[in-house]
Design a protein around this ligand. Structure first.
Ligand code: ADP
Ligand code: MG
Length: 955
């Protein structure tokens, strides 16, 4: 085929819709695209339809995409035509997936393998079929990021600078780019993997940037036998999503535009090439690197396929529609692919063609003088340089095309984000989480001091009672014993003279016994001698009698002596008993001392423990109070958020209605206008006014509806998250519903106010109903926004103004509206500023008051504990101050004591001193530093503090 035979072939467009990805499913997104079976058509929402060359629904496999859409290009490639496959779409729509931009050889033969690996496989199959010697294959892989070309096949870090040159014969050339000659599919795959890994490293490190870089994998096929060189560009474009902007992000927007210049320029090139109205205008290929590199693929010498990738999720509907429109425009681009000969063969062919063209031109020039001039130029050009372009059509076009094409405003228009509301939703979520956390922790927190303190106190009291009892018993026994010993001692003292008397008696008795015995012996002797002397018989009789008497006396004496010795023995034993008792008493006394010491120690220990516990109790009480306060605050915020939610839902419904009304009014206005035109009833001014105001209303309500749409989508995301969480809990089972952290409220629960108490399954059901409702609202609003935000409407809007009078009228109306809007905004702004000032003042005062309150509270509690301790020390360990709320009189006393117990460590001459703050002087009882205190009571005022103490003891 020759240039002459070049046919005009439009860019082919394949629409590819991926399935919903897990993230979208988790957010409760719904599919907003419908596909007509057997037709290359896709319908957005319910009525907007787009038709392409190929449409692949979410079920389509990679294989199908390749065979149906890409493979015809490859047939052309072998015939010497350049080919290009461009993947276009927002980030995450499946461009890289479709192109195979993450392919590794480990994935070989897997169904998910994308276009590039399949192309490689196919090329080598063809090569093998056609005999290997004829083919030379080279590959290059580059990335365009931030308008810099990066060579993905160059392993060295200091890569040479890459520049683009335009060669009339060979087209666009990239100087300095690595071109690898490959002999096998494995080698080519290795190049792809190398490039992918270089790209992937960048993308994981700088994720945001990767979506803004374009990657071009180029295969050059040289068929020596036919002197043909054809190129296949496989392009994974940057994410096409618009740079979101708010007024504050003006600088970032500029940066975004510069980064995304490629896509912007691509859009302009597509517009310039595709739109009928721009036919013949300048095509801004030179505006960016990517358009320069793809110059031949767009409106040039190439068979081009654009794979427009879209997400089916309704949350992406705006970007999806943009992609669909973009792709629709791309379909209108007409390419003129030619067979690309080897330069020498091509030159011969070109010269032949030149001759034919010139002949033609001669024929044409006969009728026009201007043509002659142009032809002269052409001749001159062809004479001086062999690189002449002998396309008569182009020669004429050069002079006519002058206007630069405008920027595609669509790409610059940025959706306003309502960051504020988003922030509020986030806040609400976090507040709810904190409330639940606090509730759980409060529930699990032991009731302050009850269990622990109660246990220890009871134990201590028991021990004290036991010890006191022991002490009492000991005292009793001791007293008894002492009394007994005393008695014994008394007895002893009485016995003492008796004893000496007894001893004396004993001695005298012994002496009388001895004298009696002597007398007896004497008598016995006298008796014996008297036997012989009868005269003495009478005497002896006397003597015998005396002897008997003496014996009787002796027995009596002996009896007395035994009695006396018995008495003595008794006395000894009693003395022994007394001394034993005395030692017992001694040991008992030491025991008593020990017991008393123990009792004292125990009391001291208990006191320390008690004060420590009291402190802890105080701290816990303080903590509890803070928590209670926080819970209250959170509940208040929660309620506020609930109201916001309710308001938002109502607002969304109102926005929907407003848009609906505006749409209806628009159609009414256009009907009326038609009628008016016919009857000539309406004046131009009122017609333009009603049309213009309606148009403004429509635009404003569309913008509002968009904002509410965003809110609804966000709400649905939270709902879906809650549902999945609840379902997870249901599956886990057994846990109470109260522990589930729901991030959102729903209207039905707000109304019944039983959100947390309903069982999980019921909650899931409620949430699912709510989600269905949101989805319906979303679909409804989207439909309205689509109807209002019609692409062609924006273009034809100004067609309604036909005369200068109408234009003036419009300007007047717009000016009046603008002035009204600006003055209203200024008014609002000033009142907002005022309110903000008031709010700041109020919050400052509140914070101060809170600070004072909390310090006062802490001090009060501390002093109360100290008071209790003091009182306890006075009254004894077994008695405690009752925890009943103080009576007013007592409260007054407490206050007085608070002041009396001022613990200020400073000079007591500032307001920090409690006494001074309470307008009283520091007293005796104050624990403040008396040496430094300047707030001391005047002398004699101690009486007052004593009275206070007295009052306390009475209370
Ligand atoms: P992009 O390159 O456009 O930013 P990706 O190709 O990285 O997007 O795709 C985003 C996600 O969607 C990836 O996880 C990918 O696996 C998945 N995905 C894309 N297209 C399909 C498809 N046709 N089938 C299944 N998953 C897909
Ligand atoms: Mg990608």
């Amino acid at each position: 085929m020759t240039n002459n035979e070049a046919k005009v072939i439009p860019v082919r467009v394949a629409l590819r819709c991926r399935p919903l990805v897990p993230k979208e499913l988790n957010e409760g997104c719904e599919c907003c695209l419908t596909f007509s079976p057997g037709e290359p058509q896709v319908i957005v929402g319910t009525e907007k339809a787009f038709t392409y060359d190929y449409v692949f629904d979410p079920m389509a496999e990679q294989e199908e995409v390749f065979t149906v859409a890409v493979s015809p290009l490859l047939s052309g490639l072998f015939k010497g035509y350049h080919a290009t496959v461009l993947a276009y779409g927002q980030t995450g729509s499946g461009k890289t997936f479709s192109m195979g931009g993450t392919y590794t050889s480990a994935q070989e033969d897997q169904p998910c393998v994308g276009v590039i690996p399949r192309v490689i496989q196919r090329i080598f199959q063809e090569k093998d079929k056609g005999g290997s010697c004829d083919f030379t294959l080279t590959v290059s892989y580059l990335e365009i990021y931030n308008e810099d070309i990066l060579d993905l096949l160059c392993p060295s870090k200091d890569k040479p600078a890459i520049s683009i040159r335009e060669d009339p014969k060979e087209g666009i050339k990239i100087v300095g780019l690595t071109e690898r000659v490959v002999r096998s599919a494995q080698e080519m795959v290795a190049c792809l993997e190398l490039g992918n890994s270089s790209r992937t490293v960048g993308s994981t490190a700088m994720n945001a940037e990767s979506s803004r870089s374009h990657a071009i994998f180029t295969i050059t096929l040289e068929q020596r036998s036919d002197s043909m060189v054809s190129k296949l560009h496989l392009v994974d474009l940057a994410g096409s999503e618009r740079q979101k902007k708010t007024k504050a992000e003006g600088d970032r927007l500029k940066e975004g535009i510069s980064i995304n210049r490629g896509l912007l320029a691509l859009g302009n090139v597509i517009s310039a090439l595709g739109e009928e109205s721009k036919k013949g205008t300048h095509v801004p290929y030179r505006d960016s690197k990517v358009t320069r590199l793809l110059q031949d693929s767009l409106g040039g010498n190439s068979h081009t396929l654009m794979i427009a990738c879209v997400s089916p999720a309704d949350s992406n509907i705006e970007e999806t529609i943009n992609t669909l429109r973009y792709a629709d425009r791309a379909r209108k681009i007409k390419n003129k692919p030619i067979v690309n000969m080897d330069p020498r063969t091509a030159e011969t062919q070109r010269l032949k063609q030149c001759k034919v063209d010139l002949k033609k031109v001669f024929l044409v020039s006969g009728s026009s003088r201007r043509c002659k001039v142009d032809l002269k130029k052409v001749f001159m050009a062809s004479g001086s340089s062999r690189r002449c372009t002998v396309d008569p059509e182009k020669v004429f076009m050069v002079s006519s095309c002058s206007s630069r094409c405008k920027l595609d405003l669509q790409n610059v228009l940025v959706t306003l984000e309502d960051q504020e509301l988003k922030g509020k939703v986030e806040l609400m979520k976090s507040l709810q989480d904190v409330i639940l956390e606090l509730q759980v922790s409060v529930a699990s927190c032991p009731i302050v001091g009850e269990d622990v303190t109660g246990g220890f106190t009871a134990h201590h009291a028991l021990r004290q009672a036991q010890m006191s009892k022991e002490l009492m018993e000991l005292n009793k026994v001791l007293a008894l014993k002492e009394a007994f010993v005393k008695k014994m001692c008394q007895n002893d003292s009485q016995l003492e003279p008796m004893q000496s008397e007894h001893q004396h008696n004993m001695h005298s008795l012994q002496a009388s016994v001895d004298s009696l015995l002597k007398e007896k012996e004497d008598l016995v002797l006298a008796l014996q001698s008297a036997k012989k002397d009868t005269q003495h018989a009478k005497l002896s009789e006397q003597r015998r009698k005396r002897l008997q008497e003496l014996e009787g006396q002796l027995v009596e004496m002996k009896k007395k002596m035994t009695e006396q010795s018995k008495l003595l023995k008794l006395k000894e034993s009693s003395v022994r008993g007394v001394s034993k008792l005395m030692s017992e008493i001694q040991s008992m006394k030491s025991q008593r001392v020990q017991l008393m010491r123990q009792l004292k120690e125990d009391t001291e220990k208990f006191r320390v423990w008690k004060s420590q516990k009291d402190k802890e109790v105080l701290q816990l009480k303080e903590k509890d109070r803070k928590r209670q306060y926080e819970i209250m605050k959170l509940e208040r915020d929660f309620q506020k958020q609930a109201n916001v939610l309710r308001r938002k839902t109502e607002e969304a419904a109102a926005a929907n209605k407003r848009l609906k009304d505006a749409l209806q009014k628009r159609s009414e206005v256009s009907d009326k206008r038609r009628d008016g035109h016919g009857r000539g009833m309406e004046t131009a001014a009122s017609r333009v006014k009603s049309w213009l105001l309606n148009e403004v209303e429509l635009l404003v309500s569309t913008e509002e509806a968009r904002r509410h749409l965003k809110d609804l989508l966000e709400d649905r995301k939270i709902l879906a998250h809650d549902i999945s969480q609840l379902k997870g809990q249901l599956e886990a089972g057994g846990r109470s519903a109260a522990k589930i952290r729901r991030r959102t409220l729903i209207i039905s629960e707000l109304e019944s106010k039983v959100g947390q108490e309903t069982p999980i399954s019921k909650q899931v059901e409620n949430l699912e109903t709510e989600m269905g409702l949101r989805s319906a609202q979303i679909a409804d609003l989207q439909q309205k926004v689509l109807a209002a935000d019609n692409d062609s409407r924006a273009k034809h809007r100004w067609d309604n103004i036909n005369t200068v009078v109408e234009a003036k009228c419009s300007l007047k109306i717009l000016m009046a509206e603008l002035v009204a809007a600006k003055s209203a905004a200024a008014r609002l702004e000033s009142s907002l500023k005022q309110e903000q000032g008031n709010l700041q003042d109020l919050s400052r005062t509140l914070a101060e008051e809170r600070g004072v309150m909390s310090t006062m509270d802490v001090e009060h509690q501390q002093q109360r504990v100290e008071l209790e301790q003091n009182h306890q020390e006075k009254v004894g360990p077994a008695q405690h101050l009752p925890h009943t709320p103080p009576k007013p009189a007592v409260r007054g006393l407490e206050r007085a004591l608070d002041q009396a117990l001022c613990a200020c460590k400073g000079r007591c001459n500032n307001k920090q001193c409690r006494c001074r703050k309470g307008k009283t002087t520091c007293g005796e009882n104050c624990q403040c530093n008396h040496a430094r205190c300047r707030n001391l009571e005047p002398p004699g005022a101690e009486v007052r503090s004593m009275a206070v103490c007295l009052l306390l003891s009475v209370c």
